[in-house]
Structures are given as structure tokens and as C-alpha cells.
Design a protein around this ligand. Structure first.
Ligand SMILES: Cc1cc2nc3c(=O)[nH]c(=O)nc-3n(C[C@H](O)[C@H](O)[C@H](O)COP(=O)(O)OP(=O)(O)OC[C@H]3O[C@@H](n4cnc5c(N)ncnc54)[C@H](O)[C@@H]3O)c2cc1C
Ligand code: SF4
Ligand code: SF4
Ligand code: SF4
Length: 701
């Protein structure tokens, strides 16, 4: 066996991930990676005969066979289940960002990676961290860098969407017989797979890898890009000559950031990151396009963007966004690094989850994987033997479409809303129907009834609750069939803000009566299924009472929900302020999405708030951690993050005019978050209405 095995099995079928490990492990120093393509080849004058009986490079290469199940057995004592296909085996999932402001600022998604890498140095777990920097002679080219302090790490922060033989920088530590170095690694899935494979290898180099490499932190990877992608973007799209480039950053300046070039004269030029992502599409390798892993699942800690769709977020430059990441802890070592980093203040973290179905990078990866699995071509092995993607692939071009060409994305810009609605079928609005139209009602059809409230919402309109429910059910009526939309009821039962200027409500028995009357009369002309959505939590008891009465007297079946009931998990995942309810970050995000161009400027929270149980805390602290679930000024019982109580005290809520009618910190709101929540609720409502439509009216659900 010789280098020939690597060429035959990996390089020739285009399965080289360009990780650089073969260059690092070769005892004879025969391999180097080509400057343009980064593909390994034998050095000038090296002969394959020099390999002798060695086969090391082929045995540790992750290109064709990442060998995930064996590494999982070694690390976790088991392999992943089908439902763990893309995220792997997880111990804990957190949202998080660096504690240091300069680290956050320098980073791609909040600096969680940089903070945790810095923690491995502080704890003495590593003497250096392998990260991704730049060549000094060609500052637009990626190059592995061994960082020995926090400043080096900060200089290497942000995603670098460019292939480089990352692991080649481990050559010295692997080849030196007496190195005392211990290296932590930041890398992509293929880098981590390569290291785990090497650490399982029975050779001397494998033993050194076990002893000298530890603390593996991986970042999610949709796909990487050849250096040519960066070069042509700078030259052709930005009009900058490469020899005039002093520095390149891919996620610079805020969130999700810009592709920025600083020229030798000190001028900074930047393009939104979505333009670069689109451009890079044409500079991928077959290995990256057919890659079976978004995360290897083999690192001690894995991190992806907290915002699942940076592509869409980057299309709206006017939005305020906060950087944060989703941190997946996998091993004991990972848990220790995270715990110590939280304790030292390097990392701010809160419990969270990864919304797999929303991550654009993961969706693109699954699509491509599904496509290549269906072709007669070699693809790298995935983490579960014989597992095949079942989704029907969508054209990748459509997933990262230019909004100007494809007319998709957030509903921004003049006329965008009209355009969208004109393109697609209108909803059936009952108030616009004639008597004759009612002949089309079928017994399985459903009446959609939005209920709002009329009350102060801090910086948001008084009719916010009606506006949100009406928009959701209008979209549901448009997308579904057999759905009849009733006009939104603009007032509800007000309690907490009763007596405030702008508060107009009805009594709870009037509300129950109204719901019952609508349902009774609609049942007379054939609509005996009701879907009631409220935007106001105080409507719940009265509305449900009315619906129960009508079910008893007429057999009309109904579903009641508050709109946020249908997206609680997602809201918890994407809420940065960690306190959600009235006029909060999520509600403000919905209004910003639904009313683009209207300036309902969020009010920043007070520096500290007095909670109902007498604790004072910073408004941006996650109060779930504070352990306070009692009603108070900022921690209302309507707060999504409030902890449940075992019994409920009925008391007057201390909310008087002059105080602030908002929860959490709405300045973290943005339309992209609103769009995600809106889409999730519309989808979920369509599922529920479909179930309601199938129900036999004689049955109990
Ligand atoms: C090619 C590529 C594709 C990605 N695709 C996705 C995706 O689909 N979905 C998603 O959620 N996130 C993706 N990410 C990761 C994401 O962009 C963020 O890097 C990640 O969320 C970490 O953010 P952070 O602020 O915590 O990291 P930071 O604190 O900014 O640190 C990032 C660290 O990663 C290292 N690094 C950057 N680029 C590379 C590289 N090419 N090779 C090795 N190390 C590198 C840096 O040196 C730095 O140490 C991708 C990143 C890359 C490089
Ligand atoms: S995948 Fe890595 S180890 Fe395998 S050939 Fe490519 S650079 Fe070498
Ligand atoms: S690692 Fe071994 S087989 Fe591979 S090129 Fe070097 S000597 Fe040859
Ligand atoms: S797509 Fe796969 S092979 Fe390509 S860089 Fe990412 S993890 Fe490595």
C-alpha cells in the first residue's frame, strides 16, 4: 500500500475534503497540498516507492469514509439513532455568546467559539488552539494558525468560507518525538472526523494524537468554498485587485455581517454576506456538495448560528440584530469547558435548542445530500450506514435566491405585500361573500375566527393582538381549502391594563356570549367547525367557556389557541432577551414583519427591574435562571419564560399608568424572527385545521 491508495479511493473520485491531515501524518513528508485546489499530491521528486509498506494517510483520511459510527462507539459507547441523524449525540444544548464585548464584536455569531477556545488556554487544557487565519503574503487566502493567546484567537474569529488544509498545521506536534505541546482544535465536521480517526489509529502517530490533541470545538458547515470563490468575488464583484488587498473578513461588522475587504490604502469596502454566499455557490467541490455531515457529532462542543437563516437576515440591512450561537455540549470535557467558561464570565449561556427544520445551512446540506444519494456517483459515507435522505431535493438556487430576481424573502419594500398577495390565491373572507357563495360550504369546512384586544402595548399599536391573529388566519385561509375567514373581533376582555389610556374591553361574560353567538349562528348555515385564535391571553377563559357551551348545545367542534401557543419552542429558541409576553421581543418582531416600513421603535428596558418576588435583576438576565415565576412588572404570568406555579393566586396585577406595558427587551426584535414565528404558526394552524376538518362530528377528539 502507498499514497496510491489515497489517490485511488479518495482523490480521483473527488472525495478529498481538503482537511490537510495526510500532509500532517506522512512520516516521510511526501505530501503537500496544491496551492490552487488544495488537493494533496506527492511533492516534487517524491516517489511513491518511498512509502514502502506504509498506508497511514489512506487509513486516517476522512474523505470517503469519515467512520463516524466507530468514533461514536469510542466516545459515547453507542452510535446515533435515526432521529439524531443531523445533530448527533447531544448532552445539552445552550444558546450563548462571549462575555467580552470585543470578542462578540469580532465574531461571526456571538463569539461562543472564541470564548470556549480561550477557556481551553486559560484552563491549561491546551498550549495552543488551531484556528483559521490568513496568509501574510496573500491576506485573502485562508491559512491554519496556532493561537497561543486570546488576542490571536480574536484575530482569527468569524467564519472563513474558504477551504484550506487546516490540519496540516498539526504536522510538527504529530511528528516531533518529544513535544510537550497540547493543541485544542476549532474546525469543521471533516476536520473533527479526521482527528477522531487518527486518535483511534494504533500507530505511534495515533498515540501522539490521543495525548497531544484535545478540546475539539466544531462549527456547523453547510459547504465550504474553493479559494477561487473569494478571489473572483473580490476582483469581479467588488472591483478590487488582489494585490491591493490588506485584509478580508467574511462576517464583519454586526450581524449577520458583511463580506469586507480592507485595501492597502486603508479603505474598507463591504458587501452584504448573502451576496457572497450566492457567489460562492459556483466554487464548490464534489466532496463538499455531497458531504453527509453538517456537524460531525464527534467534537466535544459543536456550535452553529443562533439565527437559523443568516441569508434572509442579511438581506435587510436596517434591522437590529444580536449575535448568538447554539452550543451543543457532547462530552464530559466539553461540559467542563462550558461550565468553567460560564463561571469565569467568558461565556454567557442559557438553555436552548436547535430548530433543525429552520436552519438554511442544514436544509441546503440535506437537499444536496438527497440529490447526490440519488445519482450514480461516489459520495462520502454518512454517519448512519444505509441511511438515505427521504426529502425531495429542491434546487439550491431557489434556497439562496436573489430577492430582486425571485421576489422571495422578507416582506419589505414598497408594494412587496401587495405583490405577494396578488401572486397567490386570495383568502375566502366571509364578509365579502354573497348569499349565493354560501352554497359552496361543505360539512367539513371550518370558520376561522381571529380575536384581538384593544389595549396599550408599549411602543406597538393598540390593536396589536387583533393585527397579529388576523394576519395569521388570513394567510391560513389563503393557503388552505375549505376555510372561511370571519372578520377579526377587535376588542377582548382586559384586566391587566384596564383603566390605562387606550384600553377598551368587554366583560368576560359578554365575550363568552359573543363567541357563543357567532358559533351558533354560523352553525345554522353549515359551519359547525370553528378555529378560534386569540392574540390576547386574557380572552382564554371566556372564549373557551363560550365554545364549550356551543359544543354542548349544537355539537359544533372547535379549537382555541393563543397564537404564540403554536410556536412556544421556536420562540424560546430565538428570543435573545429571554423574557417573552406583552409587547416583547417576539411580539415586536411579528409587528415588524407584518408592518414593514412602520416605525414602531422599541423602547429599551430599564437597567434593572423589580420582580414580583422582590428580586432586582438586570433586564437582560434570563429570569428563568433567577427562579422567579411570580407575577410582577417585567415577569408577568403571561411571560413565556415564567416558571409554572403549583397553585394560582388571584390578585390584582400591579400595572398602573406610568409604568411600562412591555415584557423583556423588544429592542432585540427583528422582522426575520417575526417571519420565522409567523411561518411556524401558519404551518401548525394548517395542520390543526386539517385535523379538525377530518373529525367526525359525532367523535370526541
Ligand atoms: C464554511 C462554513 C460553513 C458554515 N455553515 C454554517 C451553517 O450552515 N449553519 C450554521 O449555523 N453555521 C455555519 N457556519 C458556522 C457559523 O458561521 C459560525 O462560525 C458559528 O456559528 C460560530 O460562531 P461564533 O461567533 O461562535 O464563532 P467565532 O467566535 O467567530 O469563531 C469562529 C472560529 O471558527 C474558526 N473558523 C472559521 N472558519 C473556519 C474554517 N473554514 N475552517 C476551520 N476553522 C474555521 C475561526 O478561526 C474561529 O476560531 C459555517 C462556517 C463555515 C466556515
Ligand atoms: S481528505 Fe484530508 S486526509 Fe484525505 S486526501 Fe484529502 S486532505 Fe488528505
Ligand atoms: S503517509 Fe505513508 S502511504 Fe501516505 S504518502 Fe506518506 S509514506 Fe506514503
Ligand atoms: S462541506 Fe463537509 S467536506 Fe466540505 S468543508 Fe464542510 S464538513 Fe468539510
Amino acid at each position: 500500500m502507498t499514497f496510491q491508495a489515497l489517490a485511488t479511493d479518495v482523490i480521483n473520485p473527488d472525495l478529498c475534503a481538503q482537511c490537510g491531515l495526510c500532509e500532517a501524518v506522512c512520516p516521510e513528508g511526501l505530501i503537500s497540498c496544491r496551492d490552487d485546489t488544495k488537493i494533496p499530491l506527492l511533492r516534487d521528486h517524491a516517489k511513491v516507492e518511498a512509502c514502502g509498506a506504509c498506508n497511514l494517510c489512506a487509513e486516517v483520511c476522512p474523505g470517503a469514509e469519515p467512520d463516524t459510527p466507530r468514533s461514536e462507539l469510542e466516545l459515547f459507547g453507542r452510535t446515533r439513532r435515526d432521529d439524531e441523524r443531523w445533530l448527533g449525540i447531544t448532552e445539552e444544548i445552550l444558546g450563548g455568546r462571549a462575555g467580552r464585548a470585543d470578542m462578540r464584536e469580532a465574531s461571526a455569531s456571538g463569539g461562543g467559539v472564541t470564548a470556549l477556545a480561550a477557556e481551553t488556554l486559560r484552563l491549561g487544557l491546551a498550549s495552543a488552539v488551531l484556528a483559521c487565519g490568513r496568509e501574510s503574503a496573500r491576506p485573502w487566502r485562508a491559512q491554519p494558525v496556532l493561537c497561543t493567546n486570546e488576542d490571536d484567537l480574536i484575530a482569527c474569529a468569524q467564519a472563513t468560507y474558504q477551504l484550506s488544509p487546516h490540519l496540516s498545521a498539526l504536522r510538527e506536534v504529530l511528528q516531533s518525538p518529544r513535544s510537550s505541546a497540547r493543541i485544542a482544535v476549532v474546525g469543521l465536521a471533516c476536520h473533527i472526523q479526521a482527528i477522531r480517526k487518527l486518535q483511534r489509529h494504533p500507530s505511534q502517530i495515533g498515540r501522539r494524537a490521543r495525548q497531544r490533541i484535545g478540546g475539539l470545538i466544531e462549527i456547523a458547515c453547510s459547504s465550504n468554498t474553493l479559494p477561487k470563490g473569494t478571489e473572483t468575488f473580490i476582483e469581479a464583484e467588488m472591483g478590487i485587485a488582489l494585490d491591493n488587498v490588506a485584509n478580508v473578513k467574511y462576517r464583519d461588522n454586526g450581524y449577520p455581517g458583511e463580506f469586507a475587504v480592507v485595501t492597502k490604502s486603508g479603505t474598507r469596502r463591504a458587501e452584504p454576506v448573502w451576496r457572497a454566499i450566492r457567489h460562492f455557490k459556483d466554487f464548490k467541490t464534489h466532496r463538499c456538495l455531497s458531504c453527509g455531515d453538517w456537524l460531525s457529532g464527534l467534537a466535544d462542543i459543536s456550535i452553529c448560528d443562533g439565527d437559523p437563516n443568516i441569508f434572509i437576515s442579511s438581506q435587510d440591512a436596517g434591522l437590529r440584530r444580536e449575535k448568538y450561537g447554539s452550543i451543543i455540549v457532547r462530552t464530559d470535557l466539553g461540559a467542563r469547558i462550558v461550565a468553567q467558561a460560564r463561571e469565569s464570565g467568558r461565556l454567557e449561556a442559557w438553555s436552548s435548542a436547535v430548530a433543525e427544520d429552520l436552519h438554511l445551512g442544514l436544509l441546503r446540506k440535506r437537499n444536496r445530500r438527497a440529490f447526490y444519494e440519488g445519482q450514480q456517483v461516489a459520495v462520502p459515507a454518512g454517519p448512519i450506514p444505509d441511511y438515505h435522505e427521504t426529502i425531495s431535493p429542491i434546487d439550491d438556487d431557489a434556497l439562496v435566491a436573489n430577492p430582486a430576481e425571485a421576489k422571495i424573502g422578507t416582506r419589505t419594500g414598497e408594494g412587496a405585500e401587495e405583490e405577494r398577495w396578488a401572486r397567490e390565491k386570495p383568502p375566502v373572507r366571509l364578509d365579502m361573500c354573497t348569499e349565493a357563495d354560501l352554497n359552496a360550504i361543505s360539512p367539513r369546512d371550518i370558520l376561522l375566527v381571529p380575536f384581538g384586544s384593544f389595549e396599550p402595548h408599549g411602543h406597538l399599536p393598540l390593536g396589536t393582538d387583533r393585527l397579529i391573529c388576523e394576519a395569521i388566519l388570513t394567510e391560513v385561509a389563503r393557503r388552505g381549502t375549505g376555510l372561511w375567514l370571519f372578520p377579526a373581533f377587535p376588542v377582548g376582555f382586559n384586566f391587566k391594563y384596564r383603566g390605562w389610556p387606550g384600553s377598551v374591553g368587554v366583560s368576560s361574560h359578554t365575550l363568552a356570549d359573543i363567541v357563543e353567538s357567532i358559533a351558533r349562528d354560523a352553525s345554522r348555515f353549515g359551519l359547525r367547525r370553528l378555529f378560534v385564535m386569540s392574540g390576547h391571553d386574557e380572552n382564554r377563559e371566556a372564549t373557551v367557556t363560550g365554545l364549550r357551551e356551543i359544543e354542548y348545545s349544537t355539537g359544533t367542534r372547535s379549537i382555541y389557541c393563543d397564537w404564540l401557543d403554536l410556536a412556544v419552542t421556536l420562540a424560546r429558541q430565538i428570543s435573545t432577551s429571554r423574557s417573552e409576553g406583552h409587547a416583547s421581543e417576539i411580539q415586536t418582531s411579528m409587528v415588524q414583519f407584518l408592518l414593514p416600513g412602520q416605525n414602531y421603535a422599541p423602547i429599551p428596558p430599564a437597567k434593572t427591574v423589580q420582580t414580583g418576588c422582590g428580586q432586582t435583576r438586570h433586564a437582560r438576565d434570563g429570569h428563568a435562571k433567577a427562579g422567579c415565576g411570580k407575577a410582577g412588572i417585567a415577569l408577568g404570568a403571561d411571560d413565556l419564560f415564567a416558571e409554572p406555579e403549583s397553585g394560582e393566586w388571584i390578585r390584582s396585577v400591579d400595572r398602573r399608568p406610568g409604568q411600562r406595558s412591555l415584557t423583556g427587551d423588544p429592542t432585540y426584535a427583528n422582522a426575520a424572527k417575526g417571519q420565522m414565528i409567523f411561518e411556524r404558526i401558519v404551518t401548525r394552524t394548517l395542520e390543526l385545521t386539517s385535523a379538525l376538518g377530518r373529525l367526525d362530528l359525532g367523535e370526541r377528539p
